[in-house]
Design a protein around this ligand. Structure first.
Ligand code: SF4
Ligand code: SF4
Length: 194
């Protein structure tokens, strides 16, 4: 719904004080690693995809970007020289240059929180459940179970099926009754002249 609670939670999580009241006074200003963008009639939260074969990680000349033991693509700001190679390599436009610190920032999946058994800050803050954290297989099973329950209860919403018409060869004019139509709409004749 575009409330941006995830952006605020992310900025606070990456602040020194980790408090919303302290974060607003900090210099440099804590910045979110997630962005909520308006797309047509919707709002889409955008953040790093933690790619399997991450282009940002491959191009970083100082190895500031690495993969954590859990598989997340993380950034060590102490090693970053602000060359912006990762920002050019990322197909999703994620690492973001911070002119206040001259390094890039990116989502780290709140790795410290995860190691404490907590959810990422953005997920915890999302009031509608639009952001979830877990394994894809679990979500797919959840969706399949929900659909099965809907079908059994008769509450299933009919889906929309998009079909493409088959293109058949055009029959000859006679078969389509074209001569008859031409005759019906032929110009009226007055006094034997058309
Ligand atoms: S910053 Fe971009 S390229 Fe790197 S892991 Fe995230 S989405 Fe992939
Ligand atoms: S900006 Fe920093 S993280 Fe990105 S490629 Fe350069 S050194 Fe690596």
């Amino acid at each position: 719904m575009g409330c941006r609670a995830c952006e605020i939670a992310c900025a606070v999580e990456h602040s020194v004080s980790k408090s919303i009241y302290g974060a607003v006074l900090e210099k440099p200003r804590p910045k979110p690693r997630i962005r909520v963008l308006p797309v047509d009639l919707f709002y889409v939260p955008m953040r790093c995809q933690h790619c399997k074969d991450a282009p940002c990680l491959r191009v970083c000349p100082t190895k500031a970007i690495s993969r954590s033991d859990e598989g997340y693509v993380i950034l060590n700001p102490l090693k970053c020289i602000g060359c912006l190679m990762c920002t050019l390599a990322c197909p999703f436009g994620h690492p973001r240059y911070d002119p206040e610190t001259n390094v890039v920032i990116k989502c780290d999946f709140c790795i410290d929180r995860l190691r404490e058994g907590k959810l990422p800050a953005c997920v915890e803050a999302c009031p509608t459940g639009a952001l979830r954290f877990g394994r894809l297989e679990e979500f797919l099973t959840e969706v399949a179970e929900e659909k099965a329950r809907e079908l059994l209860s008769g509450a299933a919403v009919p889906g929309v099926v998009v079909t493409k018409p088959v293109e058949l060869p055009r029959p000859p004019e006679e078969a389509r009754g074209v001569p008859l139509i031409k005759k019906m709409y032929s110009p009226a004749s007055w006094g034997g002249k058309s």
